[in-house]
Write a protein that binds this ligand. Sequence first.
Ligand code: DGT
Ligand code: CA
Ligand code: CA
Ligand code: ZN
Length: 587
Amino acid sequence: MTNQDVAEKLREVYNLMQLAGENRFRAIAFDRAAQTIEGLNEEITKHIEDGTLTDINGIGKSIAEDIKAFQETGTMPVLESLKERVPKGLIEWLNISGLGPKNIAKIHKELGITEITELKEACQSGAVAELPGLGQKSADKIIKSIEYLEKFGERARLDQALEIAEPIFNFVQNLDGVLQCHIAGSLRRSRETIGDIDIIVAADKNNADSIFDAFTGHELVVEILGRGDTKSSVRTENGRQVDLRIVSEKEYPAALMYFTGSKEHNIVMRQRARERGMALNEYGLFKLSDEKETDFDQPVETSSEKEIYQKLDLNFVVPEHREDKGEFEFYAEQEKMELVSDDDIRGVIHAHSTYSDGKYSIKQMAEASLERGYKYLGITDHSRTAAYAGGLTIDDVKQQWDEIDELNETFTSNGKNFRIFKGIESDILSDGSLDYPDEILEGFDFVIASVHSGLEMPKEKMMERFKRAIENPYTSMLGHPTGRLLLKREESKIDLNQIIEWAVERGVAIEINASPWRLDLDWRFGNKAKDTGLLTSINPDAHSTDGIDDIRYGVMIARKAKFEPARVLNTKSAEEFLEWCKGSREI
Ligand code: DGT
Ligand code: CA
Ligand code: CA
Ligand code: ZN
């Protein structure tokens, strides 16, 4: 439990209290306490041990109890009771600039609405303007803020962030005076969503001005948010913020490491340094003085991130793994982890054609795959229950099989080493069965089983559903297990650890859906997947030829999730892939 954790919890209480319309002063006390704790120079846990919590300015008996409860149980009774009273949707309203908690509570009470979409409608219909103290002007302002939120949101998907980060990075990298340059932050760690983009540059001080000038003048920049001696921040066309930091060449390795994060990884690194009589910060690695303080006069020379890790008895930790999720144990023992890369991928699995909701014919999808250097394509249109997506009737399926047979013959007679597999993305029906009778399922080379409806089923029922789908001998792999759409739709309530175990037992793989909207299987289950030996397939879920290129995002997530090539099915040759599919039916 860090000071930051405690501060965040207290702030959550503050926000919810306001929404619940509780006494304002009581609410503010929580905000004050959060601020104080953030600024503490020592660990709050030490105060708990010493029984000195209430000695801290602004922390009374009652908040002290709440903090202790948080340490013991991971939550606070006051927070739990607030969560029961405040509708979940309302919390999101706090992100609407210009709309305070008091008005949120008022609108909710008077109009009985909880979702942002409902709020927007109520503003447009005039219902909000009629409320006392609000008026048309306020309603218009709320609409504008909601539209801004809808357009840009708080975070961006990986593809949206890269679309901005890559051109700016390439531009900055080539500027005069730039000695070294890297993307840092969550993007370097391949997170699935990105808050802001961080770029670090090593340069001489006297070149900083011209580098910042060029950066802030880049064509993607729409607003300069700030500019200092060492840092400049801008807002770009798609609403993303980009921070550029310039440090000396000497400071560069430590700065790059610091600003790559994660915060959690940094905290452990700092601790490791202290244990070895050193201090690590964004400026470098230093010896500790006799008073155990950072001695800036005694730097420990390091010329790369790798050397910093070595001084702390670790091998180089790849940026994707810097999350304090087992990397310290691993890289203390092993030099490196074998990880899948773009070049390992040999086939495109999970693609839709015009038979269902894809934009291109099977032939066009195959040619696009071939052009990109892939050896096979597993076509997986939607199954018959997915009527909204043009799911295939049994007759359609048979027609598609004939077409695939013909296309494969043509490839062979043209001397092309390329093969199309007959797949299907079968809906998992609400009782867990697949969408065709066995004699049809048997005719497919492989089956991806996905949930597309009833995503909000209660957990127990959902787990039964998955269990049955996994037990079906025709299921080769599960598609996008949680059904989430990043920054848009929540995941289904499931116990993925359990699902991974069932899948491994039955020889079923779980795809990493590479669409930047999904990136599902989530990398956070990478350790579980590695321990159990779970297999995956990095699937673009392509609905167009361009969609095939999404494989790139899937590879980023697979690396983060610690998958080596051998556990990724589409690194296999076409023959091996087919063999695996056949074998998996017998387990
Ligand atoms: P984001 O932007 O929300 O997607 O996530 P990050 O990880 O890029 O976070 P950001 O941009 O706030 O900061 C970049 C890195 O700087 C972060 O990963 C770790 C480091 N950092 C920032 N604030 C702190 C802090 O308070 N403590 C520590 N130890 N490191 C920090
Ligand atoms: Ca960032
Ligand atoms: Ca940042
Ligand atoms: Zn799907």
